[in-house]
Design a protein around this ligand. Structure first.
Ligand code: ZN
Length: 664
């Protein structure tokens, strides 16, 4: 087993010099913190700097630049920090009591720039801490140690009198208030680290470097303590039982989506730790004691689902909600009771989300939590905050407001589409449109361009280099798609070949068979292989077939192409008849003369135009509507057929050809 690397100090003098001014220095160290997932996970942690700037009248004003709520430290820009009037912001902590909503209102009114983001709820605390640069992280190692039965004593042992130890209170006003009180009574000369139990660390300094170095030092000390007590390394073996996970994973996704009331992606999280913990004798107890830090609750729920009994999980969540809501006394609306993390002895760890970003973030948090659990158990005993404290954050007005501020989900959010021939033309346009509409997309193509650069950083797109006429490869590719996204809701049968024009009398049977192979046979295999998955689509499976005008109106010289597309058309109609009982819809579009596809090039278009005695422009518009048809037009029609507006339509054929006299 290789040794787990410890925290590293990423500060680089040459780099740092490129960031001139206090805010830029803060930006630099904030990004350094954000790069290290052992310090903060996306959206967690916050940082600030206190500066003096001239106000509108040229008078010097003390200001606090503090991270905006929900921003990501790893990628933060200067506009991600909210400038605030320092004095009224810090003074809020002098109030004996302040409702969090009132606090937020006051914070927003102390912004210096109206369009700056809503400041972090920890802004009051940042203002109150007497350091120029203030950094706050949820660093794994010290927070893990604080989540043990002897937490406070161990933290004291590690940091001695350097640390101000703050027992857990809700973030926001209560925390700021508590820190100020403790500071007055307990902070001593050497205090340069603040440990918030079950939550995180604060460090500060006169320079950004000083504050950053202290943060790294504090984490290093906690890691060394864990190492010295044989509690740093992952102690379990991680064996992947290599089960055939396709149907179990898709079935589980359906159940989870039903519990959530909307389609969810369910991704297999490639961390052996999931298997390791899932096979631990005591997994049901260990994994469900609670969270590393309460703000994770918004992403992972309080506890993962151990095993696959979604109904029991939902029941348990409802019970937890009812008990806690009664204690709370407010009139609360229960959020969806579906699990976000699954720990299953056979399937390992899976994470669910309405988008891939959500699912990946939940999964990441869960891996850090598992690490914390096993470290805490080796050191002492994993003892995170009780359910009541977690509930308070889960149903905290400010956290709920954060969720409400999120843009609404897109129409295909949580759904998965497979597109064949995805690397160019109509297939590529379908990929783009489906992504715009919020679907996760798996693109198949024999062309390597299927690994498109444009999608390289997108977690919601997977390109698979795949010859769809190879049935084994196709099956393997679908398996991979389910592994990554959890199932298949939509299939776009698009890949096709258009052989050179040949009269029937001169047809080679080989060329004929090749056309049939791609345009027809491969689609039979894809339909067959997708069927069990489409049946498990939360909102019902859908198939869109890219046919051709040649189906209703064939042309001379295109026997193989026309026959293959006509056979595909019949295949789609029969399939629509057979699969209606499973709620699966199959509809076709029949495009014509879509010139921005791989079937055409400028020379060919010019040659054809000349054949008809037309200019290229007139030739492109030679249809009833006198309009040019693009790949995007076809993709729009395909996505409409896949969407809810056509939820009562199956077996339909829609021309996308600008109107063709022979078809009409
Ligand atoms: Zn925090």
């Amino acid at each position: 087993m290789s040794e787990t690397p410890g925290i590293i100090n990423r500060y680089n003098e040459d780099e740092a010099r490129k960031f001139s001014g206090d805010l830029a220095q803060l930006l630099y160290v904030s990004r350094l913190l954000g790069q290290d997932e052992n310090l903060v996970l996306s959206g967690g942690g916050n940082t600030s700097v206190k500066v003096i700037e001239p106000d509108l009248y040229g008078e010097p004003e003390e200001r606090l630049y503090v991270k905006g709520s929900g921003g990501d430290l790893a990628t933060i820009g200067e506009s991600g920090f909210t400038p605030m009037r320092l004095l009224p912001t810090g003074r809020l902590a002098e109030l004996a009591q302040l409702d969090d909503t009132e606090m937020l209102n006051a914070l927003v009114s102390h912004k210096v720039r109206a369009d700056a983001p809503t400041p972090s709820v920890e802004a009051v605390l940042h203002a109150a801490i007497p350091g120029k640069f203030v950094l706050h992280t949820h660093a794994d190692a010290p927070v893990t140690i604080s989540n043990t039965s002897k937490g406070a004593a161990l933290i004291r042992e590690i940091y001695g009198e350097r640390a101000l130890i703050v027992p857990y209170v809700m973030p926001g006003f209560k925390l700021a208030r508590k820190v100020i009180d403790l500071w007055r009574t307990e902070a001593s000369g050497p205090t340069d680290i603040m440990v918030l139990m079950n939550h995180g660390l604060f460090t500060w300094g006169e320079t950004a470097k000083e504050a950053y170095d202290l943060m790294i030092e504090a984490v290093r000390l906690a890691e060394e303590y864990l190492r010295a007590h044989n509690a740093f390394e992952w102690p379990l073996t991680n064996t992947d039982p290599l089960v055939d996970r396709v149907i179990p994973q898709a079935a589980l996704r359906k159940k989870i989506s039903e519990a959530a009331g909307a389609p969810m992606l369910l991704t297999y999280y490639p961390s052996g730790k999931g298997f390791g913990l899932a096979q631990h004798d005591n997994v049901a107890d260990l994994a469900t004691r609670g969270l590393l830090t309460p703000d994770h609750v918004i992403r992972t729920k309080r506890i993962p689902m151990v095993g696959r009994d979604v109904d029991a999980y939902v029941e348990h969540y409802k019970q937890y909600f009812n008990e806690q809501a009664k204690r709370d006394g407010r009139d609360l609306q229960m959020i969806d009771p579906a699990p976000r993390i699954v720990i299953d002895p056979e399937l390992g760890m899976l994470s669910a989300g309405r988008t891939m970003q959500e699912a990946e973030l939940s999964g990441k948090i869960a891996v850090h939590t598992m690490t914390a659990i096993m470290r805490a158990e080796q050191l002492d005993r994993w003892q995170p905050l009780p359910a009541a404290d977690i509930f308070d954050v889960e149903y905290w007005d400010l956290e709920q407001a954060k969720l409400k501020r999120q843009a609404p989900y897109k129409p295909f959010a949580g759904e998965v589409a497979v597109v064949t021939g995805a690397a160019s033309g109509i297939g590529q346009a379908c990929v783009e449109r489906l992504l715009e509409l919020g679907a996760a997309v798996v693109g198949f193509d024999v062309d390597l361009a299927v690994y498109s650069d444009r999608f390289v950083d997108r977690p919601d797109y997977v390109g698979i280099h795949c010859d769809i006429t190879d049935a084994d490869l196709l099956r393997e590719s679908l398996r991979y798609a389910v592994w990554v996204f959890g199932g298949i809701d939509m299939v776009v049968l698009n890949a096709g070949v258009f052989p050179p024009s040949t009269p029937v009398a001169e047809l080679s049977l080989d060329a004929w068979r090749r056309t049939m192979n791609v345009n027809l046979d491969a689609n039979v295999t894809l339909l067959k292989e997708s069927y069990p998955l489409l049946k498990l689509a939360p909102r019902g499976g859908r198939v869109a077939v890219v046919g051709s005008k040649n189906v209703p109106a064939p042309g001379p010289g295109a026997a193989a192409y026309s026959a293959s597309k006509a056979a595909l058309n019949q295949l789609a109609r029969v399939t629509a008849l057979e699969w209606g009982k499973d709620g699966i819809r199959i509809n076709s579009v029949h495009p014509n003369q879509v010139f921005d596809t791989g079937l055409w090039n400028d020379d060919l278009i010019a040659q054809r135009a000349a054949n008809y005695g037309l200019s290229v422009d007139d030739y492109k518009r030679s249809n009833v509507l006198n309009t040019e048809v693009t790949s995007r037009d076809v993709a729009d029609a395909v996505c409409e057929l896949l969407g809810t507006r056509f939820s009562k339509t199956t077996g339909a054929q829609i021309p996308v050809d600008g109107g063709n006299e022979r078809v009409i």
